[in-house]
Design a protein around this ligand. Structure first.
Ligand code: TXA
Ligand code: MG
Length: 319
């Protein structure tokens, strides 16, 4: 592919390309995904190649509804059903024991597959037209910030895929929460669009939140350095440091007078964590495009969606 993939709203074109084993970027309510037929190993291999993603990092599959998951998994824990009833379709990925229908390449050989039922209407319509699941990681080069509008995808991966389905800006703005089940324990492998507190409320007990290790491939989804812009990211809580030459600021609720406004991005003037999540990745990209040597990023309250936001900021700041 030479010229960048077109951006459009033609669902049947997207479906046709996917049936032919091609890569198509799809909108979801969390972030844009780089999708291919999950049952077609060559198509799945093309995803890894396009993203420059190591093969040890497994992909999740996307389905039109929860019932459809039965064709790809062995058994569904009762707690998974509870969470599915409460949150699906929505920004939650459940790790379930896979059967042999799903190629090894998708799960990087792991016995569990991540199952996601996106809530975005365009994604659901597309999935309903297909008789296979879509493997789809976020549509960004490996290690970079996830895309929340079609243009982000075209800018970075446009020459590596065939079509970009335009479903508008992603509503949630951070990726799905990833939940696994081990004996009686429920483990959050990635904080995301469904807050930990909401999961605990449905289950009626607390869950284990696994924090990120450094770069241990035996625990996928746990790469500490991720979501990284090209410039350095430094975190702060309330006060900016003194030396602000050549720096940009990602602020929680308001501008800092010490820095020109055109070098700042405010996440939510009203202190709304959902709005902050929605604006997070666009803000990091916009500030990164300024080319400053440092982006100072302010942590948000460590509650609800704020935990997912802070997780992304900490990983963006990790060396
Ligand atoms: O919101 C989302 O989940 C987006 C949209 C496009 O659906 N997708 C997404 O995919 O964020 P990706 O590949 O960028 O992130 C999925 C994460 C990866 O970090 C991967 O390591 C982890 O899920 N993962 C996938 N399968 C896993 C498994 N079987 N066990 C543990 N972690 C897994
Ligand atoms: Mg990703």
């Amino acid at each position: 592919m030479q010229s960048p993939a077109p951006i459009g709203t033609d669902l049947s074109r997207a479906a046709q390309l996917l049936r032919a084993g091609k890569l198509v970027a799809i909108p979801t309510e969390t972030v844009y995904g780089l999708a291919a037929n999950a049952l077609d190993e060559r198509a799945v291999a093309a995803i890894f190649l396009a993203k420059n993603r190591p093969r040890f990092d497994p992909l999740i599959i996307h389905l039109p509804n929860w019932l459809a998951a039965r064709a790809y998994v062995r058994e569904i824990p009762e707690k998974a059903n509870l969470l599915a009833d409460a949150f699906l379709p929505g920004p939650l990925t459940l790790l379930l024991d896979r059967n042999n229908t799903i190629p090894d390449l998708v799960t990087a050989g792991h016995p569990r597959v991540g199952v996601r039922i996106p809530a975005h209407p365009m994604a659901r319509n597309l999935l309903k037209q297909l008789d296979f699941p879509l493997a789809a990681p976020s549509a960004n080069p490996f290690g970079y910030i996830s895309p929340t509008i079609p243009q982000h995808v075209q800018d970075q991966l446009g020459d590596r895929l065939h079509y970009i389905l335009d479903g508008g800006p992603s509503r949630v703005g951070v990726e799905s929460t990833i939940v696994g089940f081990e004996e009686d324990k429920v483990i959050i492998f990635r904080k995301g669009g469904i807050a930990v507190e909401r999961i605990e409320a449905v289950l009626g007990h607390s869950v284990v939140v696994q924090e990120h290790s450094t770069s241990n491939p035996s625990t996928p989804g746990q790469l500490r350095s991720h979501y990284a812009p090209s410039g350095r990211v430094c975190l702060f809580d309330k006060e900016l440091p003194d030396n602000l030459a050549d720096s940009a600021v990602l602020a929680w609720q308001g501008y800092f007078p010490e820095v020109p406004r055109e070098r700042q991005w405010v996440l939510s003037k009203t202190g709304d964590l959902a709005e902050a999540a929605h604006r997070l990745f666009a803000g990091l990209r916009a500030l990164d495009a300024l080319g400053c040597s440092v982006i100072y990023a302010q942590l948000v309250p460590e509650e609800g969606l704020g935990r997912a936001i802070n997780d992304r900021l900490r990983r963006a700041a990790a060396e």
